[in-house]
Unconditional design. Structure first.
Length: 424
């Protein structure tokens, strides 16, 4: 598409240059002949010598239109042109087609006197302007260039995109059951190499997510199986030994197991819905007011100290943030010895909720792991306190859903949990 207009433009430009050169030749010769006629040095008579080839057509025409002198090459030709020089335009050039040929003509009047003859000097039109040789030559060259360009582009693009085909074939071998495969990174430091690196990074994240999902399903199955197994054992024992079974005690144990199942299922459902923007109301929330509202409904076994800065607000879902704060407080109460402290502050454009207690310290190597579902540092104590193992996972999920994060801060003599959210 680019070469075709270039070829057409080349033809037009070449024709224009050839015509301009031909006109320049006739003008130069015509002015020389006119000067000689004016000086009286140009040969007189019916036959005048022709200038050098290819400008070999000369006619001197009287004011009444008669050809009074002509070169041998123009003797059998009619008047070369009807161009009539004027005082304002003493030299005129143009093209004229005679019965047997087309010529380039320049007309000059030696003097401005009305009785002065007109000198016509011409040459046969160059072949490039009257035949299609130039057009055919340019067409052949353009077609050849297009073909060569297309072939070169096909070869170069095929070579450049060959790594893409290789990566595509390698991606076809990736399946949900095996995400360990990676694509081959092409050599160099170009866009394809960066694309391969991004694909491998995505596959790594997918593999990690799939592994986390499998672990979550395994842990959830284990957590659900424990109360179900206990409930089944109690019911089977009652079935085998009905006379030795205390019905009231059996019902109480069964209800406790059912309560635990219900808590786990409720937490799992909340965790699955966290971050979804369906049927949730996002609003501006003052964190100090949110903490006070949560504390008004709690009766903790240890004193809770409040250090709440005013005008620290976030944009979020009230129910989810309330649940995250409640889970942090439940976790703190489970391990606290003498007190719990809640702090709300603003740090570097972030709204921060800090919940600390004077219980057991959390080793640095476990500070990321405890936010995973069903992760416990003290399994026996957590189960006795009624925890489902999903509280801190819900805290992290809520923080991430609100474009923030949750982490464990350095704190000597206890544990300090932070929820950092964008402040408004």
């Amino acid at each position: 598409m680019v070469l075709i207009p270039i070829g057409i433009g080349a033809v037009i430009l070449t024709r224009s240059m050839i015509l301009s050169n031909a006109i320049d030749d006739t003008v130069r010769v015509a002015e020389r002949v006119a000067a000689q006629v004016q000086q009286g040095t140009y040969p007189q008579g019916a036959n005048v010598p022709a200038p050098a080839f290819p400008v070999n057509l000369v006619q001197i025409v009287s004011p009444d239109g008669r050809i009074v002198a002509t070169s041998d090459e123009a003797r059998t030709l009619p008047r070369l042109s009807n161009l009539m020089p004027t005082p304002e335009a003493p030299v005129l050039s143009g093209r004229s087609c005679l019965p047997d040929r087309c010529v380039v003509v320049t007309a000059v009047r030696p003097t401005i006197a009305s009785g002065s003859p007109i000198i016509y000097v011409g040459r046969v039109m160059p072949a490039a302007l009257v035949t299609h040789t130039l057009d055919i030559a340019v067409l052949v060259e353009t077609v050849a260039l297009i073909g060569l360009t297309g072939l070169a582009a096909w070869l170069l693009m095929g070579r450049a995109l060959r790594p893409v085909a290789v990566m595509g074939a390698e991606l076809d071998r990736v399946s949900a059951s095996d995400l360990s495969a990676r694509v081959t990174r092409p050599p160099g430091d170009d866009e394809l190499s960066a694309l391969a690196e991004r694909i491998n990074g995505t596959l790594s994240r997918l593999e990690h997510s799939a592994e986390q999902q499998r672990q979550f399903v395994s842990d959830a199955s284990h957590e659900l199986r424990t109360p179900i197994a206990g409930l089944r054992a109690e019911l089977e024992s009652a079935q085998l030994y009905p006379d030795d079974t205390d019905l009231r005690e059996l019902v109480e144990k069964a209800l406790r197991d059912i309560d635990r199942l219900e808590m786990i299922m409720s937490d799992l459902l909340f965790l699955a819905r966290t971050g979804a923007r369906v049927d949730v109301a996002w609003e501006r929330l003052d964190l100090a007011e949110l903490v006070r509202e949560v504390m008004s409904t709690r009766r903790d076994r240890v004193p809770v100290r409040l250090d709440l800065a005013d005008d620290v607000a976030v944009h979020g879902v009230k129910g989810q943030l309330t649940r995250a704060l409640t889970d942090l407080l439940n976790n703190a109460e489970r391990y606290a010895e003498h007190y719990i402290r809640i702090e709300v502050s603003r740090r570097e454009g972030k709204a921060v909720i800090a919940v600390e207690n004077d219980g057991m310290e959390i080793p640095e190597g476990d500070r990321e792991r405890i936010f995973e579902p069903f992760s416990r540092l003290d399994t026996a104590r957590s189960r006795e306190a009624g925890g489902t193992g999903l509280g801190l996972a819900i805290v992290k999920s809520v923080a991430v859903a609100h474009a923030g994060h949750a982490r464990v801060d350095d704190f000597a003599g206890g544990a300090r949990f932070l929820i950092c959210l964008p402040a408004v």
